[in-house]
Design a protein around this ligand. Sequence first.
Ligand SMILES: Cc1cc2nc3c(=O)[nH]c(=O)nc-3n(C[C@H](O)[C@H](O)[C@H](O)COP(=O)(O)OP(=O)(O)OC[C@H]3O[C@@H](n4cnc5c(N)ncnc54)[C@H](O)[C@@H]3O)c2cc1C
Length: 439
Amino acid sequence: MNEIAEDQQAQALYKELPRVVIVGGGFGGLAAARALCKAPVRVLLIDKSNHHLFQPLLYQVATAILAPAEIAIPIRQLVGHQSNMTVALAEVSGVDAASRQVLVNYLDRRDAPLDYDYLILATGASHNYFGHDEFAQFAPGLKNLNDATSIRDRVLRAFEIAEIEDDPKAHQDLLTFVLVGAGPTGVELAGAIAELRRFTLASDFRRVQPASARIILVQSGPRILPTFHEELARAAHKRLEEVGVEIQTDSPVTGVDARGAIVNGKRIASRTVIWTAGVTPSPAGKWLGVPTDKSGRVIVRPDCSVPGHPEVFVIGDTAAFNHLGQPLPGVAQVALQQGKYVASVINARLTNDFVPPPFHYFDKGQLAVVGRNFAVLQIAGFRLAGFFAWIVWAMVHLMFLAARENRIRVITQWIWSYLTRQRGSRLILSAGGTSPLFD
Ligand SMILES: Cc1cc2nc3c(=O)[nH]c(=O)nc-3n(C[C@H](O)[C@H](O)[C@H](O)COP(=O)(O)OP(=O)(O)OC[C@H]3O[C@@H](n4cnc5c(N)ncnc54)[C@H](O)[C@@H]3O)c2cc1C
């Protein structure tokens, strides 16, 4: 047989291979795609954005420590070399599980049904305003790079406007930052803004004193970091207060508008309110028409498949997985481990190999950072707060960045920021300026 004929035969055989469609190139989808690299399948990875994003460091983009490209990388660059892999930039808007098709909106707005043999939905989560979507326009959440650069713009712009503003009352409102929600993201943002105003911006302004800015962290429950051990939450609380963050616990937010937030029935005047209070899963449950938990996550079986559809898997933030009687949290490790696991299930089914036992989550612990030199860490019964936890935090985050080039860029920026207290990405990108002013 000549080479062309061999090639044609190989292509024909390739087209016979089962088709795995993965929706979402985040932690879960990417882990599944990578783990299928040697499986006898054709993989199509669809994502509405062209990059894989390392969300745990988004707060550093929002506070000008890192630039967007340092925590994101094109999905094509990560898996494009896999010979059984195709990547498509498109948005999925539905699933017809009976006909085994996903409905895909391509960039040219073409809607097309696409066949699959196996489907992995790893579409993550978005902001949750708990029934108050009208807050969104005044209090952006932090979920993607657009959110992060928009928060960075708002924070930096507040200082710029204050610099040219004569009215002292407006000054106060401009330099009051309210963060709604004191989970890890709220705590990390609060610590980073506190340092931005205290060190980075300290000597750059003439008419305002950045260090006088107020940072108010608001939590509806009785304490910050509710998923951490109480002792660590107390340590983080103390540290935040030391760096000048005001914390209000047991303080539900009942209103947000252009003039600030209503907290505990009282208005806090502020031009910058940031929403870090919660997430809601992607609408995969609606697409599939299957039972979900209270928050809308698809209740999956012990092998992460959907009841009645063993060929459809839902993983990560969009899945409700009951693990030893408890629902798994929406964290990167769950998505990563589930991604690898469902790839092994598909592989085993296709190769008639031993089908893996039900998914078992290996809890690698939790970390949250409070500015420089301080983090809290808990792994099983072990707990640590302070500098060594911060070193572990930095190493873990570097290790889990998806690409080596990002690791090198991030560590370079971190060392530079650590030594100089400068922030490499203090750019305001949205339109509109402040008028020139001379004293
Ligand atoms: C600010 C922030 C900080 C965090 N910090 C931590 C932390 O420190 N530690 C930790 O463990 N976890 C952290 N998390 C949570 C962690 O990032 C998530 O649990 C994890 O990303 C979930 O992975 P996933 O694969 O389910 O979804 P994601 O990683 O969110 O990926 C979902 C992907 O699906 C794509 N997508 C969504 N809908 C569609 C559609 N309709 N069509 C096509 N593509 C679609 C998205 O573009 C995205 O690429 C943080 C999250 C945020 C937002």
